[in-house]
Design a protein around this ligand. Structure first.
Ligand code: 8YV
Length: 329
């Protein structure tokens, strides 16, 4: 690797301390506007940069990556999910990809747990009612929700975030069930008192709350298809802080409207930032604007990870959080 400082182009505004450190270490082009780059601006950035720092809002598909300049050698993603990057095309162009795992695990799990609590206990509905000035006072049968303790939580993807959710859920008296392609180590199962279901279909039919924690890949697109959503029982709730594309949103909205599912808590959507109007019209859904990792601590630590990945790469070492092509499959 050449010893001169790399030209690093950052596509979105990052926390000040992260930008300051980047300016100390690299030649940096920052985005001071706070707006996402247009596709043309993104391509222009990729034509001059040695390193690109994108986020989930940048679409780095095959067609866009094809136009990357010859200098671009690393895409140091600010975020863990890399479904917005065509990994095969990046590999073909000899561009390495890194991401920012671990540092957002606890915050993301907190948000999943917040939704697991809020939806059955009707927190957002109650808040809306208060602000509308519609509260007529306490009554024994007013706004009854459903108890959390004693229910079965089904987790799809018992990885870092899924396990952190399971730990929290245990504390709330939920029993933990999970589906992974591969069963986790018996020690982890024992710690989480988690029951593995080889068949996702079987698990869906036996749980009360579903929480989704697998990555979005070509094989998990609409993993919760219309057929699978129908396996959930009508009293069940669905929580998603992973990626909107994993759930057939139209079918979900249809089932929520017709009482075929009790409620949903969603932090992610199929067409972000657009939200399916059918979901907006429903009262039994809590909608959040992709906030799961939105704490100042996570954002700073994500930035620090990006810096470490760039620094290692530029010093001639593999970035510690290098994403392998197979991870995106
Ligand atoms: C981040 C996320 O905010 O890391 C991820 O995959 O979904 C979010 O928590 C976002 O990706 C930042 O680019």
């Amino acid at each position: 690797m050449p010893s001169k400082r790399p030209l690093v182009v950052v596509t979105r505004k990052l926390p000040d301390s992260v930008e300051t450190r980047m300016m100390e270490l690299f030649d940096v082009r920052l985005n001071l506007t706070g707006q996402a780059l247009s596709q043309a601006e993104l391509i222009a950035a990729m034509q001059e940069a040695d390193v690109l720092v994108p986020t989930v809002t940048d679409r780095l598909d095959a067609e866009t990556l094809e136009q990357a300049g010859p200098k671009l050698r690393l895409i140091a993603n600010f975020g863990t999910g890399i479904d917005h990057i065509d990994l095969l095309k990046a590999q073909e162009k000899s561009i390495l990809i890194s991401n920012t795992p671990d540092v957002l695990t606890e915050d993301t799990a907190d948000m999943a747990m917040a939704l697991i609590l809020s939806v059955p206990r009707r927190l957002a509905e109650g808040e809306r009612l208060m602000r509308a000035g519609a509260w007529e006072g306490w009554s024994p049968t007013f706004m009854l929700g459903n108890r959390i303790s004693g229910k079965r939580l089904g987790i799809i993807g018992l990885g870092r975030i899924g396990s952190a959710v399971a730990r929290r859920a245990k504390g709330f008296g939920l029993s933990v069930h999970y589906h992974n392609r591969k069963r986790v180590h018996p020690e982890i199962e024992a710690e989480l008192e988690a029951t593995w279901w080889e068949s996702l279909d079987q698990m869906l039919a036996h749980i009360d709350i579903l929480s989704i924690h697998c990555p979005h890949t070509p094989s998990t697109y609409h993993l919760l298809s219309a057929r699978r959503l129908k396996l959930l029982r009508p009293h069940a709730y669905l929580v998603n802080v992973s990626r909107g594309e994993i759930v057939d949103e139209d079918q979900l909205a249809h089932m929520l409207l017709h009482g075929e599912l009790a409620g949903a808590g969603l932090d992610v959507f199929e067409q972000e930032p657009a939200v399916n109007p059918k979901l907006l019209a429903l009262d039994n859904v809590v909608l959040l604007p992709h906030l799961a990792s939105a704490t100042i601590e996570s954002r700073i630590e994500m930035g620090e990870k990006v810096i470490v990945n760039i620094k290692a790469f530029w010093d001639g070492f593999p970035p510690p959080d290098r994403v392998l092509t197979s991870q995106g499959m």
